[in-house]
Design a protein around this ligand. Structure first.
Ligand SMILES: Nc1nc2c(ncn2[C@@H]2O[C@H](COP(=O)(O)OP(=O)(O)OP(=O)(O)O)[C@@H](O)[C@H]2O)c(=O)[nH]1
Ligand SMILES: [Mg+2]
Ligand SMILES: [Zn+2]
Length: 308
């Protein structure tokens, strides 16, 4: 039976690239999923390696899904080994709470992550108190914060074609996915990175202050220098259904070296005596914003649990 990779999922159809074919030149096989998947509550994901059967009309049926090496639920994609977490420096306003939330989810999957700040051309130098724009020095501070935790951070401008080479280099040979809010410029950046690709992009709705969800499906694209990358629709809501409160602390990378020293095993770093994480926050070794977000997420998770 032929084998392939799902490169696109749209309205119940799965587009399968036959094994060994080049995504840039080959045509994909349009497939439906076998009914049994639905019954078992399994949905094929972009990135899935599958076997398929050809049907009479030249289309196909996905028959079997091979075990996944990784799986993300939002955005829905399998078998990626790098998440490029995309946030704009402004438009939409950079929200560090949302950024930390995304990071928790990615840490929980164990997939490697690269932080990418887009729209560098919109940074301002002056410190006008009323200005909503992000300043150069503020972005430097944020970059240092996340680099200090151990994340790779890149800054780009698709408009000025800056930082595009650096990110292309980083993605070479990997299977990666662009994730982030609507309107941050994921599709714009991919258009700059990949020759011959023209993904739809759209201005942020001024009235709503957020994107219009221009990209509506997940799709794998072939990188010029080898590797695959998926564009995904932006989203702004994430919940913590797949995580236990006890596991949250380990999704904050920089807590690890301190939490080992906490007096109580399973310390939640709340009010427990001799909590080394809280001491690190007080000393400034852990950023206030990160600890604050940890507390917020913990509360949110507890409330969710109570409701179900
Ligand atoms: N100034 C500036 N604007 C940018 C840049 N990159 C993207 N934009 C603009 O931001 C808007 C949104 O860009 P998209 O690429 O559609 O954003 P997206 O992340 O793909 O959005 P969704 O598909 O809805 O998730 C468009 O109007 C782009 O022109 C940039 O580097 N600088
Ligand atoms: Mg898009
Ligand atoms: Zn503790």
């Amino acid at each position: 039976m032929p084998q392939g990779v799902i490169v696109k999922a749209l309205s119940g159809y799965y587009y399968v690239l036959p094994e060994g074919a080049d995504l840039r030149t080959a045509t994909t096989v349009t497939c439906r999923a076998r009914g049994v998947f639905k019954k078992k509550n399994i949905s094929p994901l972009v990135g899935d390696v599958v076997t398929y059967e050809l049907t009479e009309n030249g289309e196909g049926t996905v028959v079997e899904i091979f075990p996944r090496t990784s799986e993300l639920i939002r955005p829905p994609i399998a078998n990626v080994n790098l998440v490029v977490l995309v946030f704009a420096v402004t438009e939409p306003v950079l929200n560090l709470q949302l950024l930390d939330k995304f990071l928790v989810h990615i840490e929980n999957t164990g997939i490697d992550v690269l932080l990418c700040f887009t729209k560098r051309d919109l940074l301002t130098d002056d410190h006008a108190p009323e200005s909503k724009e992000m300043t150069v020095s503020e972005l430097e501070r944020i970059t240092r914060l996340y680099e200090g935790i151990g994340y790779d951070v890149l800054t780009t401008s698709s408009k000025l074609h800056e930082g595009v080479e650096a990110i292309s280099q980083r993605l070479k040979g990997a299977v990666s996915v662009f994730a982030g809010q609507s309107g941050v410029g994921k599709s714009s950046l991919l258009n700059e990175m990949i020759s011959g690709v023209d993904l739809e992009t759209n201005a942020i709705s001024q009235r709503l202050g957020r994107g219009k969800h221009t990209t509506r499906h997940v799709e794998l694209l072939s990188l010029d220098e080898g590797g695959l990358v998926a564009d995904t629709p932006g989203f702004s809501q994430l919940d913590f259904m797949e995580l236990e409160v006890e596991g949250l602390g380990s999704c904050f990378r920089e807590f690890a070296e301190f939490s080992e020293g906490c007096k109580f095993r399973g310390c939640l770093h709340l009010h427990e005596p001799s909590c080394k994480v809280r001491e690190a926050v007080a000393e400034g070794s852990i950023a206030d914003s990160r600890y604050e977000h940890y507390l917020l997420f913990l509360t949110e998770m507890k409330e969710k649990k109570r409701r179900y």
